[in-house]
Design a protein. Structure first.
Length: 231
């Protein structure tokens, strides 16, 4: 991929992997039930759609709100290090979202969902069926919202691509795998925008485009606003 909006794809060199410990999700304890008379454990409530930015269309294609929920779920499952303050590049994150480190856990999920939307705009134009044949020497087929390739599941734990099921165009599978890849990128490089390719070349070659896209939508994320803009 060389920065084109549609049909663009990413260079996929073999990543540098380093394991990152995942934080334990904290269950929510439900109040005492009058009928049962005992406490029961409930899973964390789903994030409200109101937390997420409404992303502008790309050539008539929409970024669907359900994709934000997929990313939010993946963050709790395979991407928990992205929600841990000491495992993200503070300077880069703060440049995009000045008050990120004062945000709640659910708000942080909206930050990452918007960042993935900015990546997907350049990679696929929000087209889950988009495909691109990488030039030599890679010669691999990049597919889907985040332009992934079969074989990524062997390098990124939590990536559930299955060639026999041809599930790479499934947005839920594609985005979940993307969360796992970014988790490994931060573990290996500690940067959102590596100088040398890690996976998505747009993070190296099109940083300004991604930052501009993010900032254009940042106003919808109240927790991201600079302190001097809050009245």
């Amino acid at each position: 991929m060389f920065g084109l909006l549609l049909g663009a794809a990413c260079a996929h060199p073999a990543p540098e992997l380093r394991s990152s410990p995942a934080a334990q999700a904290r269950p929510v304890v439900a109040p005492l039930s009058a009928s049962a008379g005992s406490r029961t454990l409930e899973p964390p409530p789903p994030p409200s759609l109101l937390l997420f930015a409404q992303v502008r269309e790309e050539r008539g294609r929409a970024w669907k709100q359900e994709w934000n929920l997929v990313i939010a779920e993946a963050l709790e499952d395979v991407g928990q290090p992205l929600l841990e303050d000491d495992k993200v590049p503070a300077e880069e994150v703060r440049a995009l979202c000045p008050r990120y480190f004062q945000a709640s856990r659910e708000e942080k999920k909206a930050f990452w969902a918007l960042l993935f939307a900015a990546i997907a705009r350049l990679e696929s134009g929000f087209d889950p069926e988009n495909t691109f044949m990488e030039p030599r020497p890679l010669r691999t087929l990049s597919v889907g919202l985040l332009q992934l390739s079969y074989g990524d599941q062997e390098r990124h734990a939590g990536c559930s691509l299955e060639p026999m099921e041809a599930n790479i165009t499934d947005p839920a599978v594609n985005l979940r795998c993307g969360v796992a890849i970014l988790r490994n990128q931060l573990a290996a490089r500690n940067t959102l925008f590596p100088r040398r390719y890690y996976y998505w070349s747009v993070l190296t070659r099109k940083r300004e485009h991604i930052e501009r896209d993010f900032v254009q939508h940042r106003g919808q994320l109240g927790f991201c606003q600079p302190s001097d803009s809050i009245r």
